[in-house]
Write a protein that binds this ligand. Structure first.
Ligand code: SAM
Length: 317
């Protein structure tokens, strides 16, 4: 399959932004305009509810929502299924006392998802170091009605974990820059990149992996953090399982101590898990999620979750 063909096999995913509208209201609006809950590939107007992500809908890939009133009013957000996993796995509490961080936020799809899961309560600090992407983030947050978010135009790595402002932070989402090798409409570009000198490619991935590891270790230094989700849209073990392994072996993880959350807390019904040969035990591999482009009707993706505590995790289901 070419990248375009693979992209055509992926439904158009639409997340209902429960901050701006109820699922009932959105469904009613869709049905009133001729959409039918008959499955995404039954006809151009057919759609379905996703089986893993609450409030996610699947449509025919050729349907465009750019001019749709629901999109313009922020009631729906166009977001690939796999990229809905990190916020779900982080599962921030919906309470006035909740304080969490999205360390790498722009353009803000996961930030608005986190905000919706928190029912717009508590406080969500959203870091973005790039100035242009930061203004996109702010626009997107205001369109999505996320009033519990404080966007911060700064490098997450330069923030002091012991700053009293962040002392109550318990949950951190890390979705840092990666090679993007899982993004389906980039597969053609990737095939070209394959012909790139292998040492150049390895060097680039190693640099990304070193940065990703630094981000996880920095997150582990926040004194009250108890749950950290690390995700990428890469298909390379160098940026995924190997980064997680190195993070688990770091001084920061030992000090926590941090370990991987068990499968029961990381979308247990999603069948595709981490690469066993890249991890220290089958349980570790089972604790993390992979999505493969062309296989899972999503982009390529990876999700892992670190939890603080020395107690053995509850046994699997
Ligand atoms: N989570 C976003 C979403 O779902 O819409 C996508 C995040 S994108 C993969 C990574 C972002 O992190 C980029 O916008 C990049 O500029 C930003 N970034 C990279 N390093 C950073 C750092 N040290 N501190 C803050 N932001 C950073």
């Amino acid at each position: 399959h070419s990248g375009d063909e693979r992209a055509a096999l992926i439904p158009r995913y639409v997340r209902i932004n429960t901050t701006m509208g109820t699922p009932a209201e959105v469904l009613e609006s869709l049905v009133s305009r001729g959409f039918v809950l008959s499955g995404p590939f039954s006809s151009k107007k057919g759609f379905a509810k996703d089986s893993h992500v609450p409030n996610l809908l699947l449509f025919d890939p050729n349907v465009s929502f750019q001019d749709d009133p629901l999109y313009k009013s922020g009631k729906i957000i166009l977001q690939d299924k796999a990229s809905c996993f990190p916020a779900l796995v982080l599962s921030p509490p919906a309470a006035d006392s909740s304080v969490i961080i999205d360390a790498t936020a722009a353009p803000g799809n996961k930030t608005s998802h986190l905000s919706a899961l928190m029912e717009n309560k508590g406080k969500l600090y959203a870091f973005e170091r790039d100035r242009k992407r930061f203004s996109t983030l702010k626009m997107m947050l205001s369109k999505a009605g996320c009033s519990n978010v404080s966007p911060i135009n700064a490098d997450f790595l330069t923030t002091d974990p012991n700053d009293p402002q962040f002392s109550a932070v318990t949950h951190i989402l890390l979705d840092p820059s990666c090679s993007g090798s899982g993004i389906v409409n980039r597969l053609d570009y990737l095939l070209e990149a394959e012909s790139e000198d292998d040492t150049v490619k390895d060097d680039r991935l190693d640099k990304l992996a070193a940065f990703q590891l630094m981000m996880i270790k920095h997150a582990m230094r926040f004194p009250n953090v108890k749950r950290i989700v690390y995700s990428t849209c890469s298909i390379h073990a160098t940026e995924n399982e190997r980064v997680v392994r190195n993070a688990l072996n770091s001084d920061e993880a030992k000090a926590g101590p941090f370990q991987l959350a068990p499968r029961s807390e990381v979308l247990p019904t999603w069948p595709r898990r981490g690469y066993g040969e890249e991890m220290e035990s089958p349980e570790q591999a089972d604790s993390v999620i992979r999505c493969l482009p062309g296989e899972d009707a999503t982009n390529g993706f990876f999700v892992s979750c670190f939890i603080k505590g020395s107690h053995a995790p509850p046994t699997k289901r």
